[in-house]
Design a protein around this ligand. Structure first.
Ligand code: HEC
Ligand code: HEC
Length: 188
């Protein structure tokens, strides 16, 4: 009788112990985020901004969706696919929250604000008037001209189709107009 009572209590104890999150959960995410620093930068500035976008301070929902899209192949990237496949669903959410909470890497503001190119106004409805992003559209201000131009071209040519609207919007612009927009956004 006593034995059964104690084993029940003991069993509950173990149940509780397992339900409590490990004390090092935050450290675990920190350790996983260290993997990302190799390319995305340990202070938020990517090693090669021409091909690697900053993820510090980017929209949380956007980060989460991109990691999922890389994982299930909806957004093709030979580099990011295996990385995203190595993260489980819970990790994706925590890692997106971790990077979204960081501060976007500050840069020296350009001396003279660039004048807005043709076609830019329609982007503000989703990417926000200051281009700093808003659910579900990502921040565009301060990404590199090369990365922005490549992302816009990938939508226009339907190499990137993980969004239904963006390919159509990009096809309405000429390559020259897209490049002017990329140059403008990168200077913000
Ligand atoms: C070996 C270099 C490398 C590592 C390591 C790496 N990334 Fe990336 N990441 C890239 C490249 C390159 C791209 C751009 C892919 C493209 O557009 O084709 C990218 C794109 C992304 C994007 C999309 C951002 C945007 O603006 O669209 C997210 C989110 C991201 N990475 C998150 C992560 C996370 C989280 C980790 C760590 C778990 C990580 N990356 C590790 C190279 C890397
Ligand atoms: C109807 C809303 C909407 C409008 C208007 C819009 N976008 Fe987007 N844009 C989005 C969303 C949502 C995404 C994220 C798609 C995804 O899941 O990958 C996106 C993604 C992007 C990206 C990829 C960013 C990255 O980090 O890879 C670029 C570049 C971009 N938009 C540029 C523009 C430009 C330039 C315009 C105006 C000509 C524009 N967008 C108009 C909603 C919009």
């Amino acid at each position: 009788m006593h034995t059964r009572f104690f084993s029940a209590i003991f069993g509950m104890g173990i149940g509780l112990a397992l339900a409590v999150p490990p004390a090092h959960a935050a450290d675990e995410i920190e350790a996983k985020a260290q993997l990302c620093a190799a390319c995305h930068g340990d202070k938020g500035v990517p090693a090669d901004p021409k091909t690697v976008p900053p993820i510090w301070g980017q929209e949380q929902g956007y980060l989460m969706k991109q990691l999922r899209d890389f994982r299930n192949g909806e957004r093709a990237s030979a580099i990011m696919a295996p990385i995203a496949k190595g993260l489980d669903e819970g990790d994706l959410r925590k890692i997106a929250a971790y990077f979204a909470a960081k501060t976007w890497p500050a840069r020296r503001a350009s001396a003279k604000p660039p004048s807005p190119p043709k076609g830019i106004a329609q982007c503000q409805a989703c990417h926000q008037p200051n281009f700093q992003g808003g659910m579900p559209a990502p921040r565009l201000a301060g990404l590199s001209q090369e990365y922005l131009a490549a992302a816009m071209r990938a939508f226009a040519t339907e190499q990137r189709t993980n969004n239904l609207d963006m390919p159509r919007f990009m096809q309405m612009l000429s390559e020259g107009e897209r490049n002017a927009i990329a140059r403008y956004l990168s200077a913000l």
